[in-house]
Design a protein around this ligand. Structure first.
Ligand code: SF4
Ligand code: SF4
Length: 652
C-alpha cells in the first residue's frame, strides 16, 4: 500500500487546519476539536481507500450492469437480508446480521450525533423518544453479536479464519465501545452531566477511530460487498473472453487484473467459507481459494509482477500463487457459491491464471502437457480414442445424421461418443427423442468442443477446436442443440457465445434435463419404484442453475428421491471438472479421502440403491469411488437411462 504523503495530503491538512482555526475563532474549543477529529478521520478514510483501491484500480474489464433489477434485488437479499451469510452458517450468520442491522438502526442516530458535535453539546435534548429506545434494543443485539463473534474468532478460533488479526480485535473493541457508550448515554447518565459529556466524547472517538480502521482491515467489505455482489454473475465459474485490444493472453501479471478482480480481492472478508467447502482442499490438496484471493491482495498491494509460477518461484518471491495449486481446482464453483461477498475465484482468477501460464509456455505438469498433446492430435478428443468407436456406435444404433432438415442436433460430446456408459446414455436419449416424436440427428463427424482445453488454460487449442466446430454448425444449418453433458452445454451456451460468428448463429442449446422435462407430456411412462438419490453435477446446478428439472423427470419415472446432505446448488463435486478427470494426479499423497469417494460416501448415506446422474463425467468418477469403497452393487444411471427404462410408447 502506498502511504507516502502527497500534495493532496498537504492540501487536505491545510483545509482541516483552516476549518479548525475558524471554529476556534468562533470561541468554541470543543467544536473546533470535534471538527478536526472528524475531518482528519474522514481524510484518512479517503486516503486509505485511495491507496488500497483507487490507486491500483485498472482500466480494463467490464463491470456488467445488465439485468439491473435482478442485480439490485440480489444486493437487497444478500446484503440487507444477509441471506447467504445466514444460509451457510446459521448461528454465525445471525450474529453477523445483528451487527449489520444494528448499523442500519444506528444510521439516523449517528447523523444526529455528528450534527450535535457541529452545533455544540448545549443543544442536546433531554427528551426521550421511541427511536432512542429502538436503537437501544439494537445496541444490545449488536453487543450480543459482537460477543458471539469475538468468542468464535478469539477463543474458539476455527482453522478457516486463519491467524488472529489485530485489526479484527480493534474493530470488535470499537463496535462494542460504540454500543456500550450509546447505552450509557441513553439510559444511565443524565443528559449534559459531566459523565454524559465524557461518554459522548468516547462515543465520538470510537466512531471516528472505526472510520479509519475499516479501510485498513478486511472490514473494507462493509463498503465493497454491495458492489461485488452487484457485479457478480448469477452462475458460477464463468470465464471471460480475451480482450481484442492490446495483448491479452490471460492473467499473467498483477497489472492484468480487471476492475472486478481488484474489487474482489479487496472485498474478501477472510471468513474461509470458500476453503471450508472446497473439495480439492477437503481431499487433502494444498489449494485454498481463500489463500488465492489473499495472495492476489498481497501481490497487488506490494506492487508484485508475476502472479503465478512454480513452487520454487513462489519460495523465491518471484510469484505469489503456484501452478500446482491452480491445477488442483475442479472449477466446481463451490467457493463462489458460498462466498458471502460475491467473489469470483474460478473463471476470472484460477482458470485465467492457468490460461496465462499456458500461453507463456510455463506449464511444468507433465499430465497437463500430455492432455494438450493428446487433444492437439487427431481425433482431438481428450482420451485420444479413434473416431472408429464413435462410428461404430452411430452405425450399430442407426443414429440419423444431421443434414439441416431436422429440428434438433443431438450433440454427443466425448463422454457419449467414447465412454461405454456414455454410449448407453446416448442410446437411451435416442429412445426418448424418438418416443417424443422429435426430428433429430447427430453430426456425421464430431470433434471435441474444447472444454478440457479451455478449462486447463489452452485458449489457443480451444480457439482452434471451436473454430472448426462453428464452421460445422454453420454449414449444417444447426438451429437447436441438445446435449447430455453439462460441460458441453456450458461451452455451447456460454463460452461459445463469446465467439462473434457463433453468437450470430443464434443457436438454442439445452441440457437433456431441460429438454426431457419439456417433452415429458409427450412420453408415456410406466413408472417403476426406484429408491434413488440424485447427484447434482456442479456445472448443471451451480453453473446453469438447473436443479428442479432432473428431479421432476425422476419423479415422473417413479423414483422416490432421498436427498444427500449436499444437494441442489449446494452440491459437492465428484472431482471431474476443470479437466481434472484427465489431469488429476492420483499418486498425490492426499492423506484424506478423495473428492469422488467423499461424494459417493455421502450419497450412500441416503440408503439409496440407485444414484441418478445427469453428466457423463460423474458416473466415471462415482463408479471409481464405488469400486474403492466396495459398493459395486449400487446402480449409477443417467436420468435419460431411467426414463428410457420406463418408457412405454408415444402418448399422442
Ligand atoms: S472451484 Fe471448487 S475446487 Fe476450485 S477452488 Fe473453488 S471450490 Fe475449490
Ligand atoms: S473469498 Fe469469500 S468465502 Fe473466501 S474467505 Fe474471502 S470472503 Fe470468505
Amino acid at each position: 500500500m502506498r502511504t507516502h504523503p502527497t500534495r493532496l495530503d498537504f492540501f487536505a491538512s491545510a483545509i482541516i487546519a483552516l476549518v479548525a482555526v475558524a471554529a476556534f475563532l468562533l470561541a468554541d474549543v470543543a467544536r473546533a476539536v470535534f471538527v478536526v477529529i472528524a475531518l482528519v478521520s474522514m481524510w484518512l478514510f479517503i486516503r486509505i481507500v485511495y491507496s488500497r483501491l483507487l490507486s491500483v484500480f485498472p482500466k480494463q474489464g467490464d463491470l456488467p450492469h445488465d439485468h439491473l433489477a435482478r442485480r439490485l434485488w440480489r444486493v437487497f437479499v444478500e446484503v440487507i437480508l444477509q441471506y447467504r451469510v445466514v444460509r451457510d452458517r446459521p448461528l454465525v450468520g445471525i450474529l453477523h446480521a445483528f451487527v449489520l442491522w444494528g448499523f442500519f438502526a444506528f444510521a439516523w442516530y449517528s447523523a444526529n450525533h455528528m450534527w450535535l458535535g457541529l452545533r455544540g453539546l448545549d443543544h442536546a435534548t433531554t427528551e426521550r423518544t421511541w427511536y432512542g429506545a429502538f436503537v437501544a434494543v439494537w445496541a444490545a443485539a449488536v453487543l450480543v453479536g459482537m460477543i458471539g463473534l469475538s468468542v468464535r474468532r478469539f477463543i474458539l478460533r476455527p482453522k478457516a479464519l486463519g491467524k488472529l488479526s489485530p485489526t479484527s480485535g480493534a474493530v470488535a473493541f470499537l463496535i462494542s465501545a460504540l454500543m456500550v457508550t450509546y447505552l450509557l448515554g441513553w439510559g444511565v447518565f443524565p443528559v449534559l452531566s459531566p459523565a454524559w459529556k465524557v461518554n459522548w466524547w468516547l462515543h465520538t472517538l470510537a466512531f471516528f477511530a472505526l472510520l479509519v480502521v475499516i479501510p485498513i482491515s478486511k472490514h473494507l467489505h462493509l463498503v465493497l460487498a454491495p458492489v461485488t455482489i452487484f457485479f457478480r454473475p448469477e452462475t458460477t465459474s464463468s470465464m471471460r473472453a480475451l480482450r481484442e485490444e492490446g495483448e491479452d493472453l490471460g492473467l499473467i501479471h498483477f497489472k492484468d487484473l480487471s476492475r472486478k478482480d481488484v474489487l474482489d480481492v479487496d472485498a474478501c472478508v477472510e471468513c474461509g467459507r470458500c476453503t471450508d467447502f472446497c473439495p480439492a482442499h477437503l481431499s487433502g490438496g494444498t489449494l485454498s481459494p481463500k489463500e488465492i484471493i489473499l495472495d492476489l491482495r498481497r501481490g497487488l498491494l506490494s506492487g508484485g509482477g508475476l502472479v503465478a509460477g512454480t513452487v520454487e518461484e513462489k519460495k523465491e518471491g518471484k510469484a505469489f500463487i503456484t501452478e500446482d495449486d491452480l491445477f488442483q481446482c475442479y472449477s466446481c464453483g463451490a467457493c463462489e457459491y458460498v462466498c458471502p461477498v460475491g467473489i469470483e475465484h474460478v473463471g476470472r482468477k484460477i482458470l485465467d491464471l492457468r490460461r496465462g501460464l499456458v500461453s507463456e509456455g510455463r506449464i511444468t505438469s507433465e499430465r497437463v502437457n500430455q492432455l494438450f498433446t493428446t487433444m492437439e492430435r487427431a481425433p482431438h478428443n481428450p482420451w485420444g480414442i479413434g473416431h472408429d468407436a464413435r462410428q461404430k456406435l452411430i452405425e450399430s444404433k442407426q443414429f440419423p445424421i444431421f443434414d439441416g432438415t431436422q429440428e434438433w442436433l443431438f450433440w454427443l460430446g466425448c463422454g457419449l461418443n467414447y465412454d461405454s456408459h456414455g454410449q448407453a446414455v446416448a442410446q437411451a436419449m435416442r429412445q426418448i427423442l424418438d418416443a417424443a416424436g422429435i426430428s433429430w440427428g447427430v453430426l456425421a463427424r464430431e470433434t471435441c468442443c474444447g472444454e478440457p482445453a479451455r478449462r486447463a488454460g489452452n485458449e489457443y487449442l480451444f480457439m482452434e477446436l471451436s473454430g472448426k466446430l462453428v464452421e460445422s454448425f454453420e454449414g449444417a444449418r444447426v438451429k437447436n442443440i441438445v446435449s447430455c453433458c453439462p460441460h458441453c452445454t456450458t461451452m455451447l451456451d456460454k463460452d461459445y457465445r463469446q465467439i462473434t460468428t457463433y453468437a450470430k448463429l443464434g443457436i438454442k442449446v439445452m441440457h437433456h434435463s431441460e429438454f426431457i422435462v419439456d417433452v415429458l407430456p409427450k412420453l408415456l411412462l410406466q413408472p417403476s419404484r426406484i429408491k434413488a438419490t440424485y447427484h447434482d453435477p456442479c456445472y448443471l446446478a451451480r453453473g446453469r442453475g438447473i436443479t428442479d428439472a432432473p428431479r421432476e423427470i425422476l419423479c415422473a419415472a417413479g423414483a422416490t428421491i432421498t436427498e444427500a446432505a449436499h444437494h441442489g446448488r449446494n452440491t459437492q463435486c465428484c472431482g471431474a471438472g476443470g479437466a481434472q478427470i484427465f489431469v488429476a494426479d492420483d499418486s498425490r499423497e492426499h492423506g484424506k479421502q478423495r473428492a469422488n469417494q467423499r461424494r459417493f460416501a455421502e450419497l450412500m448415506q441416503t440408503g439409496a440403491s440407485t444414484v441418478a446422474v445427469a453428466c457423463p463425467y460423474c458416473p466415471i468418477m462415482l463408479r471409481d469411488a464405488a469400486g474403492a469403497l466396495k459398493r459395486e452393487d449400487v446402480e449409477i444411471l443417467d436420468i435419460a437411462e431411467i426414463v428410457a427404462k420406463n418408457l412405454a410408447t408415444l402418448r399422442v
